[in-house]
Design a protein around this ligand. Structure first.
Ligand SMILES: [Ca+2]
Length: 248
C-alpha cells in the first residue's frame, strides 16, 4: 500500500492511494483525507465531492453453472465426476432434467452424475467428490442451486464446508429423480467465513449418482472506486470498507 501526506501533482504515486496484493486483500477499514498540494494552492485538481457506495457487490463461485462445458474451477477426486459428464442433454432417457437455462432461453450445461457404461462410463459405480474454489461467503449469505439424482443424505449430497477444518455445515441430497429441484440455504451465520462447496458421491447402488447445476453463492466482487486516482480493489473483505464520502 502506498500513502502520502501531501499531494505531489507531478508524481503519479503521490496523488492518491493504491493497494496491491498477491491473491486476496482484506480491507478492514480505510479513511481518505483531502490533502494540500506540496506545490501550493491550485496545483492539484481537487477531486469532486461525491458519494461513495460502500456496499460490497457480490459475485459467484467459479463456473457455478458449468457453462464452460466442463469442470473448470472445480477440483475432482475419485472417479464419480469427469468433464465428459458435463452435458447439455435435456432428457436422461427416462425423464427430463429441467436444468438451468441460459439467458437466451437455450438449454445450459449441467453435471449429470451418471455416465452410461455402454458409452464408456461407470454408471452408478463411480465414487468421489467435487470441490468448488474456496470463497469467503458475503452478501446476504443466501445460497441456492439445483440438485438431482439419488436420495441418500449419507452418501450422495451437496455440502457447504468450512475450509479451515473441513466441517460440513449444511447438506442436501437428491430425490431419486433425474429432474432437478432447487435447494435454498440460509447460510447467514457463515457470512465472512472461508468455505467451499463439496459434491459427494459415495454410493454405488441403484440411483447411486448425484446431479448438480446453477449454483448461486454470494462472494465478494471486485469494487473499483470512482474516486479519480484512488483505485480500491477488494477481492475479500469482512464486509466493512469505509471511504470518506466527501473528498474535496
Ligand atoms: Ca448450467
Amino acid at each position: 500500500m502506498k500513502k502520502t501526506s501531501r499531494a505531489y501533482p507531478v508524481r503519479y504515486d503521490s496523488l492518491g492511494i493504491q493497494i496491491y496484493g498477491d491473491g486476496n486483500v482484506d480491507v478492514k477499514s480505510m479513511k481518505v483525507w483531502s490533502m494540500k498540494s506540496a506545490y501550493g494552492e491550485g496545483t492539484v485538481v481537487p477531486v469532486k465531492a461525491h458519494t461513495q457506495d460502500t456496499k460490497i457487490k457480490t459475485g459467484n463461485i467459479e463456473n457455478a453453472g458449468f457453462e464452460t462445458g466442463d469442470l473448470t474451477g472445480w477440483t475432482v477426486r475419485g472417479n464419480a465426476f469427469s468433464n465428459e459428464m458435463v452435458t447439455k442433454a435435456t432428457d436422461s432417457g427416462w425423464s427430463i432434467f429441467n436444468q438451468a437455462q441460459r439467458s437466451d432461453g437455450s438449454a445450459g450445461y449441467h453435471l449429470w452424475g451418471f455416465k452410461d457404461p455402454a458409452k464408456g462410463g461407470l454408471g452408478d459405480a463411480g465414487t468421489g467428490s467435487l470441490m468448488s474454489n474456496k470463497f469467503r461467503l458475503a452478501g446476504d449469505g443466501q445460497i441456492n442451486f439445483l440438485v438431482g439424482g439419488g436420495k441418500d443424505s449419507d452418501n450422495l449430497y451437496v455440502a457447504l464446508v468450512r475450509a479451515s477444518d473441513n466441517t460440513v455445515l449444511l447438506k442436501a441430497t437428491g430425490n431419486n429423480s433425474e429432474q432437478y429441484s432447487r435447494v435454498n440455504w440460509d447460510a447467514t451465520q457463515f457470512v465472512g467465513e472461508e468455505l467451499y462447496i463439496k459434491v459427494v458421491d459415495n454410493s454405488t447402488g441403484g440411483f447411486g449418482h448425484i446431479n448438480v447445476d446453477d449454483f448461486h453463492v454470494p462472494v465478494p466482487a471486485k469494487v473499483i472506486s470512482d474516486i479519480p486516482n484512488i483505485n480500491v480493489i477488494i477481492n475479500e473483505g469482512d464486509n466493512i470498507v469505509e471511504v470518506a464520502d466527501q473528498v474535496v
